[in-house]
Design a binder for this molecule. Structure first.
Ligand code: PGD
Length: 765
C-alpha cells in the first residue's frame, strides 16, 4: 500500500497513491471547494483507451509520406520505439532538407497537463527550434483569441487587464452589482493552466450575495452562475449581448446619468461612439426598444437594469465564451465602454474585469516570483497563423488573409507535429478538418490516449500520463508550488515526451543541445533552483530541492498589486497611462477604423452575424465547456462517464423546444445542420432560453457516414456542426461557441460509441 503523495492537475491539487492495485485520489486538504474532476483519474489510469505502444498508420508505413484521405479510417501497425523514432527522424530530415523548417507546423495547440517541465508545448517548441531551426507557429488561444487581439487596442496589456484586476476578495467585500455577461460558471473558474490549489469562487459569491450584492446572469443558460450567487437571470438570445449593452448605454445617456467626467478624463473617442449610439448618422437610435427587438430582453427590463446602476459599485464581466463567436470582439469592447460610462473603472470591486470567472487564474493576486518554465530557444521561421486558422492554412497554402491590420499568407505545410492537444476535439467543422489533415505528407501525434486526433495520425507515440512522472506544478496566481510525485508506473511502453524528444534529438545529432545533459530529475532541480534564486532576491528563504520534494509543497509570496493597472491608471492617468495610442481607454479606435474591416468598425457596434437561425436550422446551438472533464481530457474517466446518458453526451433543451419535436427526457436526439450531425441524449430544463440547445464540447469524436454522405458523430461532439470561420478579419479567433442547428427525436438504430476502444491494429517486429 503506497502512501498518498502530492500531485496536481489543471483542475486542482490532490494527494494520490496506489492502494491494492487501484489509484486513490483525495483533494488537497486546503481546498475549500475541490473539483470533482480529480475523480476521472482512477478509471483512466489503466483504461484500454490508453496507447500501449508506438504505432504507425498502415498506408503511411507501406506507401510512405503523402496526402491521404484514409487518415481517420486506417489500420495501425504497432512497432518498436527504435523503428518509430528512426522513421520519424528520417521524415524530419527529409522535410528539413527538401523544404526547410517552414514546412512543419509545430503550433500544436492544447492544454496538455499541469507540470511545468513536462509542459509538452514547451518541449515540442524547444525540440523543433533546436533540431529543425524552427517551425510554423500559432498565435493566441482557442479560449480568448479574439479578446487577446482586441484588448490591446482598447485597454492596453491583455495580461494586466485580465490577470491583475478586480479580485474575488474585492467582490466579496465591496461590489454592489455584478453584471455577468455570459455568467461566471464554476465549471470554468475551477480550472487553471498549471493548476489551482484553492477554489475560492463559490465562497466569494456566497459571501457577496449574503452581503446584498446583486448578481445578474445575462446568458441563455441560467446555470452560468452558481446557486450561491442567488442571481437574477436575464435570458438573452445568443450572440446579441452587444445590443443589450447598447440599450443600457442609450438609457444612461438619455437619462444623463452616464459619468461624463470619467469619460472626458480617462477615455478617448467618446464622441464618435455617442454619435453611433444616438443614430445621428444611420438614423437608428440604439435605445432600449431597438435593443429589445434584437436581444429578446424587454425594453422595460433593459431600462430598469440601466437605471439601477448609477451611483452603485458596479462590476461588469464578459466571459470568454461571448468572444468565441462570430463578431466576438463587440461585447468585449462594449463591456469596457459600459463600465467607463458608469465611471467605476479602477475602483475596488468595480469597473470592468474581462473574463473574470472564466478561469481560476483570474480575480486573484499574482505571485511575487515567476512560475518555473522550460526555455524554448529561438524560432527561425517567421510564418505564423492565428491558432484557429489551421484548416484554412492546410487547405489554402499561398492564399492571403487579414489579421489585425496585416495581410498575411498561409505557408505550405507538409507535416503537422502535435503533442498535448486534441484538434479533433477543439477545432470547428471537423469534417472540414479531416479534409485539411488529409493534405499533409505526415501527421505526428504524442498522446497518452487514442483520441480522435491520434486516430488521424501517421505516427502515434504513447506519452506518459502526468501521474506516471515527476514534475513541478505552479501557476502565476496560485501561491502553492507543488511537487508532483510519480504515483504509478508508465502504462505499456509509454515514455515521457521529454524522453521521446531526446530519442529524436539523438538521431538528429542535437541531443546535447536539446537536453543540456540533464535527466528529468535534474531539470526539476534546475527549474526549482531558479525559483529559489528569485525568492532569495526578494528576501525569501526557500528550502533546498530535496526538502521541497519531501514536503511536497512550497507557499510562494504574493505581490502587493491590489487593483493592478486599472487602479494605477485611475489614481494617476498621466503617470500610469494605458498602453493604447491615446494612453486612455479607447471608446473608439482610429487604428481599428483605419484597417477598414467591414466586420469590425472603429467603435463597438451591433454587427449582424452572418449566421442566424433559419427555417431549416431554427435553433442556436451553444457548445460550451463541459462540467465533467476539462475539454476532452479523460472523457473515458469515471466522473465524465457517469454524466453520459445511454452512453451519449447529454444535450439540454427547454421543455417547449422538446415538445415541439416530440422529444422526451432521455430520448436520443439527432442534432444537425448543413455541415454535420450528431447523436446525443436529451435532458429537459426550464433553466435555458427556448430558442437554444446546449451540448458541451469534449465528447470524443466518433464519426460515421450517414446515407446522405453527411458525417454523423454517434457520441455527441458538437464540433461536427460548428462553423470554421474567424471571429472577424481583425481578430481571426475561434468562433466555435455558437452555431445554428435543427433537433429531432432519433428513433433509428445507431451503433454504440466505439471511440474508447483502441483502433484496429496489427503487431510487427
Ligand atoms: P484538451 O482536451 O485539453 O483540449 O482544446 P485542447 O486541445 O487544449 O487536449 C489536451 C490533450 O493533451 C488531450 O488529448 C490529452 O490527452 C493530451 N495530454 C495531456 N497531457 C499530456 C502530456 O503530458 N503529453 C502529451 N503528449 N499529451 C498530453 C481546448 C480548446 O477547445 C479550448 S482551450 C477552448 S476554450 C475551445 N472551446 C471551445 C468551445 O467553447 N466550443 C467549441 N465548439 N469548441 C471549442 N474548442 C476549443
Amino acid at each position: 500500500m503506497q502512501q498518498l503523495r502530492t500531485h496536481s492537475a489543471h483542475w486542482g491539487a490532490f494527494h494520490a497513491g496506489m492502494q491494492d492495485g487501484r489509484l486513490v485520489v483525495t483533494p488537497h486538504p486546503g481546498d475549500p471547494d475541490p473539483n470533482p474532476l480529480i475523480d476521472n483519474f482512477p478509471d483512466a489510469l489503466r483504461h484500454p483507451a490508453r496507447i500501449a505502444a508506438p504505432a504507425i498508420r498502415r498506408s503511411w508505413l507501406e506507401r510512405g509520406p503523402g496526402a491521404d484521405i484514409l487518415r481517420g479510417g486506417d489500420e495501425y501497425v504497432q512497432v518498436s520505439w527504435d523503428k518509430a523514432l528512426d522513421l520519424l527522424a528520417g521524415e524530419l530530415r527529409r522535410l528539413g532538407e527538401a523544404y526547410g523548417p517552414s514546412t512543419i507546423y509545430g503550433g500544436s495547440y492544447g492544454w496538455s497537463s499541469a507540470g511545468r517541465f513536462h509542459h509538452v508545448q514547451s518541449q515540442i517548441h524547444r525540440f523543433l527550434n533546436v533540431a529543425m531551426g524552427g517551425y510554423v507557429r500559432s498565435v493566441n488561444t482557442y479560449s480568448g483569441g479574439c479578446a487577446e487581439v482586441l484588448i490591446p487596442h482598447v485597454l492596453g496589456s491583455y495580461e494586466k487587464a485580465v490577470r491583475r484586476n478586480v479580485t474575488w476578495d474585492q467582490i466579496a467585500q465591496r461590489t454592489d452589482v455584478v453584471l455577468a455577461f455570459g455568467g461566471m460558471a464554476l465549471k470554468n473558474s475551477r480550472v487553471a493552466g498549471g493548476g489551482v490549489s484553492r477554489h475560492v469562487e463559490r465562497g466569494a459569491m456566497r459571501e457577496a450575495a449574503g452581503r446584498g450584492c446583486r448578481f445578474v446572469c445575462i446568458s441563455p443558460l441560467s446555470s452560468d452562475l452558481p446557486e450561491e450567487a442567488a442571481a437574477d437571470w436575464m435570458p438573452v438570445i445568443p450572440g446579441t449581448d452587444i445590443a443589450l449593452m447598447l440599450g443600457i448605454a442609450h438609457t444612461l445617456v438619455s437619462d444623463g446619468s452616464h459619468d461624463r467626467a470619467f469619460l472626458a478624463q480617462y477615455c478617448s473617442g467618446w464622441e464618435e461612439f455617442e454619435t453611433y449610439l444616438s443614430g445621428h448618422n444611420d438614423g437608428v437610435k440604439k435605445n432600449a426598444e431597438w435593443a429589445a427587438s434584437i436581444c429578446g430582453v424587454s425594453a422595460e427590463e433593459i431600462q430598469s437594469l440601466a437605471r439601477s446602476l448609477p451611483g452603485r459599485r458596479v462590476l461588469i464581466t464578459v466571459s470568454h465564451s461571448l468572444q468565441r463567436a462570430e463578431r466576438g470582439e463587440q461585447p468585449v469592447w462594449m463591456g469596457a465602454v459600459l463600465a467607463a460610462m458608469l465611471g467605476q473603472i479602477g475602483l475596488p470591486g468595480g469597473g470592468y474585469s474581462y473574463a473574470l470567472g472564466t478561469l481560476a487564474h483570474y480575480g486573484r493576486r499574482n505571485n511575487a516570483v515567476p512560475s518555473p518554465s522550460l526555455s524554448q530557444g529561438t524560432n527561425g521561421v517567421k510564418e505564423f497563423i492565428p491558432v484557429a486558422r489551421i484548416a484554412d492554412m492546410l487547405l489554402n497554402p499561398g492564399q492571403s488573409f487579414d489579421y489585425n491590420g496585416q495581410r498575411l499568407v498561409y505557408p505550405h505545410v507538409r507535416m503537422a507535429y502535435w503533442a498535448g492537444g486534441n484538434p479533433f476535439h477543439h477545432h470547428q467543422d471537423l469534417p472540414r478538418l479531416t479534409r485539411a489533415i488529409s493534405t499533409l505528407d505526415t501527421f505526428v501525434v504524442h498522446d497518452h490516449a487514442w483520441t480522435a486526433t491520434a486516430r488521424h495520425a501517421d505516427i502515434v507515440l504513447p506519452a506518459t500520463m502526468t501521474l506516471e512522472r515527476e514534475d513541478i506544478g505552479s501557476a502565476p496566481t496560485d501561491p502553492l508550488m507543488l511537487a508532483m510525485h510519480r504515483i504509478a508506473e508508465p502504462y505499456g511502453e509509454a515514455r515521457d515526451d521529454y524522453e521521446i524528444f531526446c530519442g529524436l534529438a539523438q538521431r538528429l545529432g542535437v541531443l546535447d543541445e536539446f537536453s543540456e545533459g540533464r535527466s528529468s530529475r535534474e531539470w526539476l532541480q534546475h527549474l526549482y533552483a531558479k525559483t529559489r534564486e528569485a525568492l532569495a532576491e526578494i528576501g525569501h528563504e526557500a528550502p533546498d530541492f530535496d526538502t521541497f520534494w519531501r514536503q511536497g509543497e512550497l507557499v510562494l509570496p504574493q505581490a502587493d498589486d491590489d487593483g493592478g493597472m486599472m487602479r494605477a491608471f485611475r489614481n494617476d492617468p498621466q503617470a500610469n497611462p494605458l498602453a493604447t495610442p491615446s494612453g486612455k481607454i479607447q471608446v473608439s479606435s482610429p487604428v481599428i477604423e483605419s484597417f477598414g474591416y467591414d466586420d469590425c468598425p472603429g467603435h463597438p457596434a451591433w454587427v449582424e452575424p452572418t449566421e442566424r437561425p433559419t427555417k431549416d436550422f431554427p435553433l442556436h446551438l451553444i457548445s460550451n465547456q463541459p462540467a465533467s472533464r476539462l475539454h476532452s481530457q479523460l472523457d473515458f474517466g469515471g466522473h465524465s462517464q457517469s454524466t453520459k446518458l445511454k452512453g451519449r453526451e447529454v444535450c439540454s433543451m427547454h421543455p417547449a423546444t422538446a415538445a415541439d419535436r416530440g422529444i422526451r427526457e432521455g430520448d436520443l436526439v439527432r442534432l444537425f445542420n448543413s455541415r454535420g450531425a450528431c447523436i446525443a441524449a436529451a435532458r429537459l430544463t426550464e433553466q435555458m432560453h427556448p430558442g437554444v440547445v446546449q451540448l458541451p464540447t469534449g465528447a470524443w469524436y466518433d464519426p460515421m457516414e450517414e446515407a446522405s454522405g453527411k458525417t454523423l458523430c454517434v457520441h455527441g461532439n458538437p464540433n461536427v456542426m460548428t462553423r470554421d470561420i474567424g471571429t472577424s478579419r481583425l481578430t481571426q479567433g475561434c468562433s466555435g461557441q455558437l452555431t445554428i442547428v435543427q433537433a429531432e427525436r432519433f428513433d433509428g438504430a445507431v451503433r454504440a460509441v466505439s471511440v474508447f476502444e483502441p483502433p484496429r491494429s496489427a503487431v510487427i517486429e
